[in-house]
Design a protein around this ligand. Structure first.
Ligand SMILES: Cc1ncc(COP(=O)(O)O)c(C=O)c1O
Length: 390
């Protein structure tokens, strides 16, 4: 089946946080929402069909998780990433962020330190600080437009932290970490008794011939130490269904995590999420392959538009995710001025760069997962605003 990603879908009655929460986030509805990480595309037809059929059942009582659900997850990982997951070490959770939060709570104590690589998905700060733990930043360093790891700093800080939250692939920089980088980070964590947690939610959204390597596949020793968080919600645009998978290094670690959720009486999927995930992992590949080509076209559109027409803004084309990191330092604005400029002058609802790395100034994140015509309008508005400002 051929999917039409150019189709503009009216989400005004879709209860879409991306649209409905614009007033809360930006103070106005009058912005093109290119912020929170979901897509303005319909998902794969087999998922829609499976959910329709579930809806037709008319009974959505307490819902079990059949083996076929876990089989679908494991066979997807095996097929696409060569990762053979031991099913006995797999647990379910409401989402990757709830899983990360539970991990921080269960495996650390108040005032313990948690390392993150900034700029990074801002909830990494939140899940740490919410429990009274302390964020330690291993800041990624930019060299000629490419970002990389300061390993000397990483090694120094690994000596003082209990947990390292790795974002692989990386949001917002779209980096696909190499096997060597993963091994080096994991080895340092193991040597310093740091619990390694690998958030791989974006691992199906990979471009430019890169290959995602699940951290747990780097070596047997690392598999015995890492907690991996995976999900189909980013891949297939199912975030509102709230489900994710956590893979543990051993049974004892898994049981401690499971006990946390059982104590909260949260131990079942909602009736629709496992059905959607199963259909996605078993039958979603055709849609995904077409999506990746479309997204890559979107990246190229934004990159070349800015290069030719808004040279003050330098665009990072991601190798993973659908999120583009915009270096707006050429506009010479402080963070607050840049935020106001994007909302009030350009009419764009973007994420502020400083929420991903608190010491950063002059960056924004743009979600490119929308029909090209929306991006065209967004770029036009941005150019006009920049021109009017100079
Ligand atoms: C790195 C990363 N982890 C987790 C999430 C959200 O996960 P969930 O919706 O499963 O809680 C996002 C969403 O943007 C993300 O970018």
């Amino acid at each position: 089946m051929k999917y039409d990603f150019d189709q503009v879908i009216d989400r005004s009655a879709n209860r879409a946080a991306k649209y409905d929460e614009r007033i809360k986030k930006f103070g106005t509805n009058d912005v093109i929402p290119l912020w929170v990480a979901d897509m303005d595309f319909k998902t794969a037809q087999p998922i829609i069909d499976a959910l329709k059929s579930k809806a037709e059942e008319g009974i959505w009582g307490y819902t079990s998780r059949p083996d076929s659900y876990f089989d679908a997850i494991c066979s997807w990982q095996q097929r696409r990433n060569g990762w053979q997951i031991d099913k006995s070490l797999v647990s379910w959770s409401l989402g990757v962020v709830p899983a990360l939060s539970a991990i921080v709570k269960v495996f650390t104590n108040p005032d313990d330190k948690v390392m993150i690589q900034t700029p990074v998905y801002s909830e990494f700060y939140d899940v740490t600080e919410a429990w009274g733990r302390v964020v330690v930043e291993n800041q990624l360093v930019e060299q000629g437009g490419r970002w990389t790891i300061d390993f000397a700093d990483f090694e120094r800080k690994a000596k003082e932290v209990k947990v390292f939250l790795l974002c692989s692939p990386h949001n917002p920089l779209g980096i696909v970490w190499t096997k060597e980088q993963l091994k080096k980070m994991a080895d340092i964590c193991i040597a310093n008794n740091v619990l390694l947690v690998s958030d791989e939610i974006h691992s199906d959204l990979i471009f430019h011939g890169k290959k995602h390597i699940p951290t747990a596949t780097v070596s047997k020793e690392i598999a015995g130490k890492v907690i991996s968080c995976i999900s189909g919600t980013k891949t297939f645009n199912l975030a509102g269904l709230q489900a994710s998978t956590t893979v543990f290094p051993d049974l004892e670690t898994k049981e401690r995590f499971d006990r946390f959720w059982t104590n909260m009486d949260i131990h079942r999927n909602n009736a629709f999420s496992s059905v959607a995930m199963e259909a996605a992992f078993n039958e979603g590949e055709e849609w995904l392959e077409q999506l990746l080509i479309y997204l890559d076209g979107n990246f190229e559109y934004v990159r070349s538009f800015c290069e030719k027409r808004i040279p003050q803004i330098k665009v990072n084309v991601p190798d993973a995710t659908y999120l583009m990191w915009l270096d707006c330092r050429g506009l010479n604005m402080d963070n607050e001025t840049l935020r106001t400029f994007m909302i009030e002058k350009a009419g764009l609802g973007l994420n502020e760069g400083y929420t991903f790395g608190r010491s950063l100034s002059g960056y924004m994140r743009l979600n490119a997962a929308c029909p090209r015509s929306i991006l065209e309008q967004a770029m036009k508005q941005l150019k006009e605003a920049v021109d009017a400002n100079t």
